[in-house]
Design a protein around this ligand. Structure first.
Ligand SMILES: [Zn+2]
Length: 140
């Protein structure tokens, strides 16, 4: 993928970050997905007073993308104010493994958007659980 596209996606994530709803942690994260049809679909984290209900930027973007009919994701960019950029959490890695298994993952610090660390979904979650086993019927 062209460097310009990579930078554009990181910039889209940085822009999405401005819409984060993070009144408790103030940790604002933005994410942007590049779909196979060329669409860029973004999201930001949303926090809840019931902390466990908080949703990461990556999943907000992914759910938005999936419910907009996008698929075949080529890349995900994630931006936050964090040295080296924010790494997706385990929950997001699981969803990415299921719905964006071939995506590149680009992370950047919002203060250094030109420094982009690059990963793949597969290397972020090796041995992912990807399929619910078919119910085998009653045990003998
Ligand atoms: Zn997450």
């Amino acid at each position: 993928m062209a460097a310009r596209s990579k930078r554009d996606l990181v910039l889209a994530a940085a822009k999405a970050r401005q819409q984060a709803v993070a009144p408790y942690s103030q940790f604002k994260v933005g994410a942007a997905l590049l779909a196979g049809d060329g669409r860029v679909i973004s999201g930001a984290n949303v926090e809840s007073a019931s902390y466990g209900l908080t949703c990461c930027a990556e999943r907000v973007a992914l759910f938005h993308a999936l419910t907009s009919g996008a698929d075949d994701f080529l890349a995900l960019a994630v931006v936050a104010r964090l040295p080296g950029g924010p790494m997706p959490c385990g929950a997001c890695r699981q969803l990415l493994a299921e719905y964006a298994p071939d995506a590149a993952v680009w992370v950047a610090d919002s203060r250094a958007l030109r420094t982009i660390r690059e990963f793949t979904v597969k290397e972020l979650l090796p041995g992912a659980f990807l399929e619910v086993p078919k119910h085998p019927g009653p045990e003998p």
